[in-house]
Design a protein. Structure first.
Length: 204
């Protein structure tokens, strides 16, 4: 894994995302003397775990849903509001009209959007704004896609292999977008408001 500067990273104790330099994080303790960094996106989840936030009263904040789960066990989950299903990258009629390479890009985007890495990118985009995205199919029989997401001061590169046991993995990351080879800078996708990767393909 390529890192150009000193690798003195802090990570969120909930989602394991590496915190950006200068990014604010809250400190929580699950009990005892151990304090953990939690990013802004995961504060509610830390509260639901009953963790105690630094500087607050030493009584853990437990949300109503966490209290219900504790009281009723698995039955309590039945009464929690269901999260809406994410919309597909493209609709089924549009998908049927795409050529094989475009369909490969759509499938790769769906795999990434369903992975934990999507949450990481959504968090970074909230701090740095919309990133530039390249999806590059590699030659070969594995239908491998190199997904590059870059900002001026940070970039991440993922390898997506649909038939692999680990279809999405972080391959490299760095700090300067201009250090990327030109073939990874053909920006042909974007992020939607939820931080999901959307290939730029015809939708009519």
């Amino acid at each position: 894994m390529l890192v150009k500067r000193q690798e003195a990273f802090r990570s969120c104790a909930v989602c394991s995302r590496t915190l950006l330099l200068g990014e604010r994080a809250s400190r929580f303790t699950p009990g005892g003397d151990r304090w953990l960094d939690v990013c802004a996106l995961c504060v509610d989840q830390a509260n639901s775990h009953g963790w105690i936030r630094e500087g607050s009263a030493m009584t853990p904040l437990v949300t109503e849903s966490a209290r219900r789960r504790k009281r009723f066990g698995a039955l309590g989950a039945l009464f929690e509001p269901k999260q809406p299903e994410p919309e597909p990258v493209v609709s089924e009629p549009v998908l049927r009209r795409l050529n094989p390479e475009e369909q490969t890009l759509v499938e790769a985007a769906e795999l990434f959007n369903e992975s934990p890495y999507s949450r990481t990118i959504a968090g970074i985009a909230k701090s740095l704004g919309e990133g530039r995205i390249s999806m590059l199919p590699l030659s070969g029989t594995s239908a491998e896609i190199v997904l590059t997401i870059a900002w001026d001061i940070s970039w991440y590169q993922y390898r997506i292999i649909p038939d692999s046991s680990q279809p999405v993995r972080l391959a490299e990351r760095g700090y300067e977008a201009n250090e990327l080879p030109d073939r990874f800078k053909a920006w042909n996708a974007s992020l939607d408001r939820q931080g999901r990767v959307m290939p730029e393909i015809p939708r009519f």
